[in-house]
Design a protein. Structure first.
Length: 462
């Protein structure tokens, strides 16, 4: 009995050692400081991983790595280094910076960075936002040239031009978000006359799709999602409560009298769209629609509470998400559309294992398991995984606090997961997790078990 106890201890130590230390490593330290470089906008291009990261309080760059070496590609403004990157025609586009021209549109093929514009001459910023979006082989974005306010621009691979000054003069049209749909680009915008309504463009002209709040009032369309060849969104009609709408580009009709949020974070399972919504009765809960019938899937935090479901992900033909349950904080849940259950209670009590609302990149699938960042109340935020039944903590990178950044942008690249983390000594830097080879676990188990048995045999000798 004593032998099996010692072997079990050896097994636990071996598995814990393999998972926590052998599989996790820091890729680089770009800014030696208590702050760290805080990598963001992880994007894959041509078998290399690109990201934005700071190198000081006043400077940031675009970087790339093959998993081993890290190289600086181009400079970006310190205040916008969190902006997104966009792949277009085999190259990476971003808002770059140099002192002489300010913030402008740049691109790189990985070998060199090239500035494409100086739309606000001198060191005046073109001030590109994080809206870089590809639609119908054209790169669109919103920018301010210093004259016409924030408006829609496009780049076709040769020229950069303003699509239209929708709100004439220095005022801005509040044009966002940019959603490709049926070969055109859709967005909410204000033309200064009809309020903020639903618009579209083919790259040449702009057309208002619907004026849901006639006059100067705004319907404020937001949370766009393409589903079943139609565009779904949240909007207000004539000052009434917001509701769920859909359009095919010609006809725009209401779907349900519910307020939706994070529709861009929704997922499709078995031809139904899953999302978070509030019907003013059950508060924020899990809903679904097939485009005709819209129903609440589950009242997870029943009564007057909100479950705030978020970070929807499809895994093993079920919808996984983060939600607050009755007498529990934000934990991992799943549903098949009929039965909704909590997968686990990682951090018991009202605190919960997740920060909410969780973002869409809170989960990633790797080696047929679901990976995420959570805390158990003991180790702080660390890397976890589940196969749908069992849940395991994989790391304790920072023994004295949070090790992995929540919203770390878990990104699978070259058979590893990359993310932002700190060990408590260095600041927030780029780390990676690789699955240990089966042979590594076996050899470690064998060695430790042999050591235990050898010690028992020695102790049993007269």
């Amino acid at each position: 009995m004593r032998l099996w106890t010692h072997l079990a201890i050896a097994l636990g130590i071996a598995l814990g050692t393999t998972s926590a230390s052998a599989a996790v490593s820091q890729v680089t330290e770009l800014w030696p400081s208590e702050f760290g470089s805080r990598p963001s906008a992880l994007t894959i291009l041509n078998n290399e991983l690109y990201f934005m990261a700071a190198e000081s309080l006043s400077s940031a760059r675009l970087w790339k790595t093959d998993g081993m070496d890290v190289t600086a590609v181009g400079k970006v403004h310190r205040n916008i280094f969190l902006e997104r990157l966009e792949v277009f025609r085999g190259e990476l586009y971003y808002a770059g910076y140099e002192e002489a021209t300010g913030i402008e549109l740049w691109k790189t093929d990985g070998a060199q960075a090239v500035r494409l514009t100086d739309m606000n001459p001198g060191n005046g910023d073109f001030r590109i936002t994080s809206s870089l979006t590809v639609s119908d082989d054209t790169l669109y974005f919103t920018a301010n040239d210093g004259t016409s306010g924030w408006e829609l621009w496009k780049y076709d691979g040769a020229d950069t031009v303003q699509v239209a000054d929708l709100y004439p003069g220095p005022d801005s049209s509040e044009l966002y978000p940019l959603i490709p749909f049926r070969g055109e680009l859709y967005f909410g915008a204000d033309d200064g006359v009809t309020g903020r309504e639903l618009w579209k463009t083919d790259g040449t002209s702009m057309v208002q799709v619907a004026d849901l709040s006639p006059g100067e009032g705004s319907s404020s369309p937001e949370f766009f999602r393409v589903f079943n060849e139609e565009l779904y969104f949240n909007a207000t009609e004539g000052g009434e409560n917001p509701r769920l709408w859909k359009t095919d580009g010609i006809s725009t009709v209401p779907v349900a009298d519910i307020l939706v949020t994070g529709l861009d974070d929704s997922v499709v399972l078995d031809d139904e769209l899953y999302f978070a919504a509030d019907d003013n009765e059950a508060n924020w809960e899990l809903w679904k629609t097939d485009g005709t019938e819209t129903v609440m899937v589950a009242d997870i935090n029943s009564g007057y509470g909100d479950s705030y479901p978020s970070a929807f992900t499809i895994f093993h033909d079920e919808v996984y998400f983060v939600a607050h349950g009755n007498d529990a904080g934000a934990e991992l849940w799943k549903t098949d559309g009929t039965e909704t259950v909590r997968v686990t209670d990682i951090y018991p009590g009202h605190q919960g294992a997740f920060s909410t609302p969780a973002e869409g990149d809170a989960f990633t699938i790797f080696h047929d398991e679901l990976y995420f960042v959570a805390e158990d109340g003991v180790t702080g935020f660390e890397l976890w995984k589940t196969d749908g039944t069992d849940v395991f903590r994989l790391t304790d990178i920072n023994p004295d606090g949070h090790g992995v950044s929540f919203g770390a942008g878990l990104t699978v690249f070259n058979d590893a997961i990359y993310f932002t983390a700190t060990d408590g000594t260095d600041g927030w830097e780029l780390w990676k997790y690789t699955v240990p080879e089966p042979g590594t676990i076996f050899l470690l188990l064998a060695a430790m078990a042999t050591s235990v048995v050898y010690g028992l045999v020695r102790r049993s000798r007269p």
